[in-house]
Design a binder for this molecule. Structure first.
Ligand code: PRP
Ligand code: ADE
Length: 171
C-alpha cells in the first residue's frame, strides 16, 4: 500500500506559498485508512503506552481508531472553549499562525505513558504543545506517531534535538 498516492497536494492553501497535504483522499479509501491505523498500531504496540492523546481536529481522525484498536483510553486536546470541565492549556507556533490547545486537568495522571498521535508533522509546534501539556500533567511521552512528516520543515529535527524519537508512515 502506497499511502502517498492517497495524499493530495494543494498549492497555496491556506496561504500563498504553503503546499497543503490533504488527507481526505486517504480517508475516503477504507483500505488506505485501515492500513494507516494498523501500521500505527503495529509500530506502537510494544511501547507500553497507557493513553493516546491527540489534538483536534485532524489528529482525532487517526488517534481515535488507534485507541480503539489498541484498547487504550483516548485523550482529546482541544481548541479553547471546547472542553466543558477544568482545563490546562498551552500556546504554540504553527506554520501559518499560532494556536492554543487545552486538556481536561484530570485527563492524564502522573504515571501515564502517553502516545501522541497526529496526522502531520510540519514545524513541530503542535506536537511540542502536546508534549508540554503531557509533561505539565507530570506524565511521560511513550511515543510520537504521525502519518505524514514534511521533511522540508524543521519539526522532525526539533524533536530529535529535544531527545524525542518519532515515527512517521510517510516522509
Ligand atoms: C495541522 C495538523 C497538525 C499540525 C501540524 O493542524 O493536523 O496538528 O497542523 O503542524 P505543525 O507541526 O506546524 O504544528 P491544524 O492546526 O491545521 O488544525 P486542524 O487539525 O484543525 O486542521
Ligand atoms: N499542517 C501544517 N502544515 C500543513 C501542511 N502543509 N499541510 C497540511 N497540514 C498542515
Amino acid at each position: 500500500m502506497n499511502l502517498r498516492e492517497h495524499i493530495r497536494d494543494i498549492p497555496n492553501y491556506p496561504k500563498e506559498g504553503i503546499v497543503f497535504f490533504d488527507i481526505t483522499p486517504l480517508l475516503s479509501s477504507p483500505k488506505a485508512f485501515r492500513f494507516a491505523v494498523d501500521q500505527l498500531a503495529e509500530k506502537f504496540g510494544s511501547r507500553g503506552a497507557t493513553k493516546i492523546a491527540a489534538a483536534e481536529a485532524r489528529g482525532f481522525i487517526f488517534a481515535a481508531p488507534l485507541a480503539y484498536t489498541m484498547g487504550l483510553p483516548f485523550v482529546p486536546m482541544r481548541k479553547p472553549g471546547k472542553l466543558p470541565y477544568r482545563t490546562m492549556s498551552v500556546t504554540y507556533d504553527l506554520e501559518y499562525g499560532t494556536d492554543t490547545l487545552c486538556m481536561h486537568v484530570d485527563a492524564i495522571e502522573r504515571d501515564d505513558k502517553v502516545l501522541i498521535i497526529d496526522d502531520l508533522l510540519a514545524t513541530g509546534g503542535t506536537v511540542n504543545g502536546m508534549i508540554k501539556i503531557v509533561e505539565q500533567a507530570g506524565a511521560s511521552v511513550a511515543g510520537l506517531g504521525f502519518v505524514i512528516e514534511l521533511g522540508f520543515l524543521p519539526g522532525g529535527q526539533i524533536l530529535r534535538e529535544a531527545g524525542f524519537d518519532h515515527t512517521c508512515l510517510l516522509n
